[in-house]
Design a protein around this ligand. Structure first.
Ligand SMILES: Nc1ncnc2c1ncn2[C@@H]1O[C@H](COP(=O)(O)OP(=O)(O)OP(=O)(O)O)[C@@H](O)[C@H]1O
Ligand SMILES: [Mg+2]
Length: 249
């Protein structure tokens, strides 16, 4: 559930693309639980993610993560600080097995060791951690399948598993259920809910029913600005949200 400890916050964050101000003076505070960012197409949600993860530099404003200013760090440094973003299945190696995909991600976090015995112990650690993650994302039975043979929904689950393998302290998910049938969506939503008990999750999601059911806090972006913020029931009741956004659905 929501806690008052803020892990990530932005100060007057803005991003211009030429004359367009895609993110406009955003002050966002993210603590524990699931924090959803919603808003119509073009509202600036993905641009905001790109700013938070270092893929875009702000035009003005700042971003603080775990007390550190990160707005001008490159993506890999932000990722090393434990902020993990799940891309739409682009991080998967299709011709490797599900197990190998996760194992590679687990290993990527460990520094190479020249001490043979220590390496051996580490290798055992890698195997057990890989299996633990496969269990968490519901892929134990599919461990030996080639990634490319998984259903789309399970590939998204694998993608989240690859994110978890890097020991994140926070996870960002951009439309993790897009293109999924209801059954797969439900699995991913359950997974998001489980993960959020261990680390903050920022979720971009178009399906409003999913948002209202899984979120602790919802921020509504509209034309780059925060239009409203509150609990799912506050957002559901908000008249300006209904007019600007929910009514359009
Ligand atoms: N690299 C870019 N160069 C120019 N304009 C961009 C760029 N990226 C995004 N935009 C514009 O910025 C605005 C916000 O886009 P963004 O992708 O952040 O919206 P979004 O809320 O994620 O939308 P959607 O729900 O469709 O994914 C849009 O008008 C978009 O066309
Ligand atoms: Mg988007």
């Amino acid at each position: 559930m929501q806690s008052h400890e803020v892990v990530l916050y932005t100060e007057s964050l803005s991003k211009n693309f030429g004359a367009l101000r895609a993110v406009d003076n955003v002050n966002l505070k993210v603590g524990a639980g699931v924090h959803s960012i919603i808003g119509p197409n073009g509202a600036g949600k993905t641009t905001l993610f790109n700013l938070l993860t270092g893929f875009l530099k702000p035009t003005t404003g700042d971003i603080f993560y775990l007390g550190k200013k990160i707005a001008n760090l490159p993506p890999y440094e932000i990722s090393q600080l434990g902020m993990s973003r799940s891309f739409q299945i682009t991080s998967i190696f299709p011709d490797l097995t599900v197990y190998e995909n996760v194992r590679i991600a687990v290993q990527s976090r460990l520094k190479a060791s020249y001490n043979f015995l220590r390496s051996f112990k580490k290798l055992k650690g890698v195997d057990s951690k890989t299996k633990e993650i496969l269990g968490r994302v519901g892929l134990s039975d599919a461990a030996d399948s080639l990634a490319k043979n998984l259903s789309y929904g399970l590939q998204r689950g694998l993608d989240i598993g690859i994110s978890l393998a890097t020991d994140p302290k926070m996870i960002l998910l951009d439309e993790p259920t897009s293109g999924m049938d209801k059954k797969d969506s439900q699995k991913v939503i359950q997974l998001i809910s489980d993960i959020s008990k261990e680390m903050p999750v920022i979720l971009i999601e178009h399906n409003i029913d999913i948002v209202l059911s899984v979120s602790d806090l919802v921020t509504v972006l509209y034309m780059g600005r925060i239009l409203a913020e509150g609990s799912p029931s506050e957002i559901r009741k908000s008249e300006k949200v209904q007019q600007a956004y929910l009514g359009g659905y």
